[in-house]
Design a protein around this ligand. Structure first.
Ligand SMILES: Cc1ncc(COP(=O)(O)O)c(C=O)c1O
Length: 428
């Protein structure tokens, strides 16, 4: 049996039906922005492999850090023990996070970083004898696939089979330019009911619901109102963190800083699985006790895995080198020019960008959800051109590794333009 046959016999892939889909592409190696297939193709990874890769694949500096760490200390239980990579990475993260963040709690992916944040927020109140039960979230949110993170996310076909098992959350409407006043009012009313432990949000861009962007003005107002009413604010920066939006963290565009932050994806440059949840002194103080009942009794076997932390430190060094910020600024400028060029195209419903993220929504007559038929045309169209884009329904987005060159970006833009020219002009 060939490799793909063996894959099909032994493996169940994420977000993938078991019938009626094309065979997976066999990747044998990856370098820079390119994924190399078994049959010699070089595919541009325009989505940074689920938004994790920052500096290109198989980056030698990160690979070397991983190899060195693996042959020294590969793993150790993180309760009662510690190690240099975990300490160094925590210090590095705190040096670039908003100044009010004071401690790092490690886990191993984005969903767990959110679980940790939610549990931290709920126990923060519990420890003080105030059992606040409710969380406020924003319509369309995606915070992960575990039960807590699903609960604070959009209820959809993805979560339907589990609907009865998700906890109650108060959702406010997604803030658009034409409803910010109403959304704020809705938020005020929800806050006034009391019993709210935390407000969780993807700052300025909701990723999985289609790179939906909203204004700093409304988010500042929501955070301010929440904090003035004793509600903990949780910024889920799993997607937006580590430079994606142009600044190191989207929260840095805002006047108020969150109480808790969730990090993953880019934290290791995309080389190793790692999650981190940071919090302020105020949060920590509620847990400062010898009493086990006041302790945060949460952990994962691979918490603060030294190899992952070593990859994180290497990625941090690359990220904070001025060369990286120059690349982010360059991609930002390219995206802005592309948006400007196509903002009035008749087949485009909306085109927008923020930092290294570009999103383009096509006009369709039918359903514009994740399950839109257009997806089935878009994905193969780009893959045949050796460009990996994973459409979300009628929307495509680019979120490339920062080392992508102008010519490579142009190749992606040209392919998109080709697709635009093939689309029949929309009646409206
Ligand atoms: C904002 C946000 N939070 C959490 C997650 C979950 O991360 P993971 O897939 O690592 O569990 C994602 C993943 O896309 C995300 O975009």
């Amino acid at each position: 049996m060939n490799w793909v046959g063996r894959d099909k016999a032994a493996i169940w892939h994420p977000f993938t039906p078991l019938e009626g889909v094309d065979d997976p592409l066999m990747i044998t190696s990856a370098e820079g922005i390119y994924l190399h297939t078994e049959d010699g193709r070089k595919i541009i990874d325009a989505v940074s492999s689920w938004w994790v890769n920052l500096h290109g694949h198989s980056h030698p500096f990160i690979a070397e850090a991983i190899a060195k760490q693996a042959s020294g200390l590969e793993h150790v239980i993180f309760a009662g023990f510690t190690h240099k990579p975990a300490i160094e990475l925590a210090e590095a993260l705190l040096s670039i996070l908003p100044a009010n963040q004071s401690k790092i709690f490690y886990s191993d992916n984005g969903s767990t970083s959110v679980e940790v944040a939610l549990k931290m927020a709920l126990q923060f109140w519990y420890n003080q004898g105030m059992e606040k039960k409710k969380i406020i979230a924003i319509d369309g949110a995606y915070h992960g696939d575990t039960f807590g993170s699903m609960s604070v996310g959009e209820r959809s076909d993805f979560t339907k089979p589990f609907a009865k098992h998700l906890f109650d959350v108060d959702f406010i409407d997604f803030p658009r330019s034409d409803n910010e006043k109403e959304v704020f009012h809705q938020f005020q009313e929800t806050v006034a009911t009391g019993d709210i432990a935390a407000f969780i949000y993807e700052p300025l861009i909701q990723g999985a619901s289609g790179m939906r962007m909203y204004s700093t003005t409304i988010l500042n107002r929501l955070i301010t109102h929440a904090q003035e009413n004793n509600i903990l604010c949780i910024a889920d920066e799993v997607m937006t963190g580590f430079g994606r939006t142009g600044k190191l963290f989207a929260s840095q565009y805002l006047t108020r800083s969150p109480d808790i932050m969730c990090l993953s994806k880019g934290i290791t440059g995309g080389a190793m699985a790692l999650g981190a949840t940071s919090c302020t002194d105020k949060v920590i103080e509620a847990f400062r006790s010898k009493d086990l009942k006041q302790t945060f009794l949460h952990g994962h076997s691979y918490t603060a895995n030294p190899i992952a932390c070593a990859a994180g430190i290497a990625s941090f060094k690359l990220l904070t080198d001025p060369y990286c910020q120059k690349n982010i600024d360059r991609i930002t400028a390219n995206h802005l020019a592309f948006v400007e060029k196509h903002k009035n195209a008749p087949v485009i419903k909306n085109i927008r960008s923020m930092g290294s993220i570009l999103a383009l929504e096509f006009k369709t007559d039918s359903d514009s959800s994740y399950f839109s038929e257009l997806r089935n045309t878009l994905y193969p169209f780009f893959i045949e051109k050796d460009i990996l884009l994973r459409p979300l329904g009628n929307l495509i987005y680019i979120i490339p590794p920062y080392i992508i060159q102008d010519e490579e970006l142009s190749k992606i833009y040209r392919a998109i333009e080709e697709f635009l020219n093939l689309m029949p002009s929309h009646p409206s």
